[in-house]
Design a protein around this ligand. Sequence first.
Ligand code: ARG
Ligand code: ASP
Length: 724
Amino acid sequence: MQKVVWTSLSVKYCLFLAAIFHFGTATAKEGMWLPPKLKEQEKEMKAQGLQIAIDRIYNEKGTGLNNAIVLFGKGCTGEIISPKGLILTNHHCGYGSAQALSSPEKDYFANGYWAKNHQEELPCKGLTVTFIRRIEDVTDRILTGIDDTLRDAVRDSIIKVRTTAVEAEIAKATGMDANIKPFFKGNQFWVAISETYRDIRFVGFPPNGIGAFGGDVENWMWPRHTGDFSIFRVYAGADNKPADYAPTNKPYDAPQYFNINISGYKEGDFTMVYGFPGTTNQYISSFALKHVYSIADPISIEARTRKLDVWTKYMTGSRDIFIKYTSKRAGVANGWKKWQGEVLGLKLNNATGKKQNYEKNFQKWADAQRTLPYAADLLPGMRAAAEGADKVVYEDQYIKEAVFGIELVQQGAAAERILSVMRLKIDARKMQDTLAKTIAAQEAFYKNYDPSTDRDVFKTLMTLYFNKCSETLPAYYIDAYKAHNQDIAAWADAIYKNSIFATVEQFKSWAATATQTDSARIANDPAFRLYDAVAQNRKQKILPALNTFTTNMRYMERLYMKAQMEKEKNKIFYPDANLTLRLTYGQIKGLDPDGPAKYSYQTTLGDAMALDDPNSEIFKVPAKLKELYNKKDYGRWGVNGTMPLAFIASNHTSGGNSGSPVLNAKGELIGTNFDRAYEGTMSDYYYDPARCRNISVDIRYTLFIIEKFGGAGWLIDEMNILKK
Ligand code: ARG
Ligand code: ASP
């Protein structure tokens, strides 16, 4: 008797302990939350450590921290870090601006750039930043009276009319921009009321030896040693409102900016990332997911492996080609590596098995309920649609990655543009003018192009396409192949010798005397024919089925999303990322307990020094940084003789979160987000708290580089820096 009582007591005690334990080490949670819905997260965030009011993070009065965040350019995030509109973002987000401002005499990638005063802040043509002032639910205004099962073609046209009207009305009432986007696969609509500033200036940029340290080798990986940050400034007109560039514009008077905390953090500390994640797909079926990991990702990886092999070979052999292809290579390799991590992560996590279990449950519920008459048909419908589309999805992926992966084929699209100008019915003078402009626009392409490299890419990618899509090859391809004795290499050699578009010399010598009567010549050019043949083939044999599939799938996925939310009425769902402002929260956390490696949550400058390789383009530590390291000259940014560099945490981020502020429990800035760990790149489809980590530059490293390396302490004087 005694014993039994004791046992049941101890069980209760253990449960009690477990509850405390769980509470104390609150587990990371997936989710990218809409700021106006954060109140629903308040309890959990407070339990995990949040120390400020939700109202401080976002409110309708214009005094929230959302006013200190910008959509930077087309797909990054930046944060305001001083009352004078200073922006902190990633190095790789400022890369395009740096490239545009750089020249052989002013090579900002090699030497960095540090403005010494406002006059030295350089205007960046075309760069904009957007502040989100308010976000509102307009679902009722967009969807009222529209039946769920209305097909998307009709539904979309109604929605478009309403969206335009509501946006115009809100823009008029607020004097700001209004942009409505669909959420939860079109089951909700929210408007973002925003202001876009268009005079943005380049202020601070570390050289690649810091800002891109580790390059593609360390990309998507932890541990990491990249000082991936750069500094810009918002300029405004006399009224502090957006204005076109003018020398008389003034630094933006920022009503909200981030305080910076340099007292450090430890494992388990609460963190938040506030920014603009681009695209995620958390709620799709196992069938749609299968297209990702068994068709799209593997084909892209296969084609890009071949292309990168060729590029690397040529880039290693020639400095000129290296410079031409560096930026392109970074883009191609970024996706290539991410998808490999994604396929691996989905497999390690048995994401498909988990989705299938979920689907079994869903089906049981759907069969039993009566509220949504269509629910029971969704999974069987999506399954049939996905399986029926396997073949076209496969073919299309090879066309996109293998055929269009050849630069000369892409030039065929340019040829088509030139051809369409030639076919315009305009007078001769206007024709010559338009033609000259179209041709001139094309010349820029050759600046970063090497025909020998691309010819070898043609050989390997065309071989791949012939092997994998032999049943659907365009007739022109088969004929040309036969005409060259079924030798793809010989075919390639002939094309690159003959096409106007194959070399800059061939293009320029043609362009110098180009007239409208050349249209026959363009229409017969191999670059144009390669492009046109595959484009027509795609239009006839692939797109009809593919479009039917995507239209059907989109319809069913919208209803499936709605049904999932109906099934779990008490669960708080978060919408997939769509480049709107979101907040995610988690903890500073090493890659450990049941993850694949026992990595600490932090790296230091010493770790970067250990990788220093003077013979490597990407692992060469700049001399001045070495000097600072050797003298341990860290100023107020070091900690007991070490310099913190990067850290990881369990915040649920995605592409677009690059440059996002990483905040502590008080909403103070402790770092800048720039990447995710390899093991967790599948978080766009499936978030696993044991494996998914966001990677950030430690703010102390950023400040150290600005002050001690860049000698730009005047920027730090503008900031509000807190210790504790
Ligand atoms: N993987 C990061 C992102 O998706 C960083 C990319 C830039 N860095 C690089 N080594 N390519 O944007
Ligand atoms: N590196 C990504 C970006 O540029 C961030 C990520 O995918 O985690 O947005």
